[in-house]
Design a protein around this ligand. Structure first.
Ligand code: GDP
Ligand code: IMO
Ligand code: MG
Length: 427
């Protein structure tokens, strides 16, 4: 298999960083395709923990080429800080490539993210306030600044001026804020550009060349299916397409090049920020999951909302991304529950629905219909073979496979690289 897309199948934080790191060992190129530093991917390699936001998790292997694709929105300040953090920890970053067509997060995007959230009041999305949405807004309205523009002093000056007229009008006249100054931003960002210049390239071409010469390419998703701007729980979503199709757009690779799609999915469900979540547990059981799974956001530190596994959304993720394999994560966190519940459908008033509804009004009212399964008490973190899992844990995984019609090719029972049960080959 030459090209594998890895995506989040729920609301993000499924463990994509860990699986990317695990699969990257066999890959030549690892590519981030969408999102920005709203992502937080934690990788535990040889007992050491690394937190990555923008740079692909494959960077921990010094011989791999890592690519930040055109679909990513790049905050250059954050990128340079992340490079510094990795170098300080002894990680070589010399093989990082940045797409010249990726859009740049500017200081006014941070301000706008905060202002827009405030304006939403009770309907706030709970964004990460990293400027992600406003940057994608500028991309869609065709006034965005791309990495290639930063590298050209005149082009950058012209585009920045145009943007500042528009943004400062809003800041000053509508919000009564001070105008942002051209010189401050211009000089700072030109400084960033010089530091990044040698990494900037046509990344679509680099990826194509690797695939054509028999290289293995891994596309590392950020966020998750239900946060997809088209297919997620709109408007409580992010501003990009985390589903598998987003990888083609965000990397400049055609769909016929993709051999497999790995859906990373937790053995239960979590969500950060606002929005509907039918299987959410607001009781002691949810607290127990949060504590066992250390469910606090990597990017914002916010506690993650926790709930039972939802097979309706898992099946939906299989549909919209064509998931060929699941990596079921954090099975170890479910140790200690007498009974486990799996949501197999929703009750909406008198009606029972089995598929993720198109209407968010209906999804908001959806009450989970549960199937119960016996839990297990054994610690799973040292298990390395599927057949060595307790019977109840095996049955839980087999039931997930049945309900979603996709094989759980990888099962994760701890944050470490080695804490991975492999049931089939992906690369
Ligand atoms: P991502 O955004 O999808 O990469 O996920 P995050 O890194 O935000 O959150 C997943 C968290 O779970 C990280 O802290 C991982 O180290 C941790 N993790 C990953 N897999 C497992 C697992 O199987 N068991 C446990 N206990 N923790 C895991
Ligand atoms: P990883 O890659 C979990 C959520 C935010 C908010 C919504 C919109 O680590 O899985 P944004 O700042 O993107 O405009 O916020 O999306 N969100 C995530 N939740 N994991 C993420 O990334 C997320 N990235 C964004 O909490 O609800
Ligand atoms: Mg995360």
């Amino acid at each position: 298999m030459a090209a594998v897309v890895l995506i989040g199948s729920q609301w993000g934080d499924e463990g994509k960083g860990k699986v990317t790191d695990f699969l990257a060992e066999r890959a030549n190129v690892i590519v981030r395709c969408q999102g920005g530093n709203n992502a937080g991917h934690t990788v535990v390699a040889d007992g050491e923990e690394f937190k990555l936001h923008l740079i692909p998790s494959g960077i921990l292997y010094s011989d791999k080429t890592c690519v930040i694709g055109n679909g990513v929105v790049i905050d250059p300040k954050v990128l340079l800080e992340e490079l510094g953090y990795l170098e300080k920890r002894g990680i070589k970053t010399g093989k990082l490539l940045i797409s010249s067509n990726a859009h740049v997060i500017m200081p006014y995007h941070w301000v706008l993210d905060g202002l827009e959230e405030e304006a939403r009041g009770a309907n706030k999305i709970g964004t990460t306030k990293r400027g992600i949405g406003p940057c994608y807004m500028d991309k869609a309205s065709r006034i965005g600044i791309r990495i290639i523009d930063l590298l050209d002093k005149e082009e950058f000056a012209e585009k920045l001026r145009l943007n500042l007229v528009q943004k400062n009008n809003l800041f000053v006249k509508v919000y009564g804020l001070e105008a942002l100054k051209f010189e401050d931003i211009y000089e700072t960002y030109l400084g960033y550009a010089e530091q990044l210049r040698s990494m900037v390239t046509d990344s679509s071409l680099a990826i194509d060349q690797s695939i054509r010469s028999g290289g293995k390419v891994l596309f590392e998703g950020a966020q998750g299916t239900l946060l997809d701007i088209d297919h997620g729980t709109y408007p409580f979503v992010t501003s990009s397409n985390p589903i598998a199709g987003g990888a083609c757009i965000g990397a400049g690779v055609g769909p016929t090049r993709i051999d497999r799609v790995v859906g990373v999915i937790k053995a239960y469900t979590t969500r950060v920020g606002e929005g509907p979540f039918p299987t959410e547990l607001l009781d002691g059981t949810g607290d127990q999951m949060q504590a066992n799974g250390h469910e606090f956001g990597t990017t914002t530190g916010r506690p993650r909302r926790c709930g039972w596994f939802d097979a309706v959304i898992a099946r939906y993720a299989v549909r919209v991304s064509g998931i060929s394999d699941f990596a079921v994560m954090k099975l170890d966190v479910l140790t200690g529950f007498d009974t486990l519940k799996i949501c197999v459908g929703y009750r909406v008033g008198e009606e029972i629905i089995r598929e993720f509804p198109q209407s968010q009004k209906i999804f908001n009212k959806s009450q989970p219909i549960y199937e119960e399964m016996p839990g297990w008490q054994e610690d799973l973190t040292s298990v390395r073979r599927f057949e060595d899992l307790p019977e109840a844990a095996r049955n839980y995984i087999l039931r997930i496979e049945e309900l979603t019609d996709a094989p759980a090719t990888l099962v994760s029972i701890g944050p470490g690289r080695e804490q991975t049960i492999v049931r089939g080959e992906i690369f």
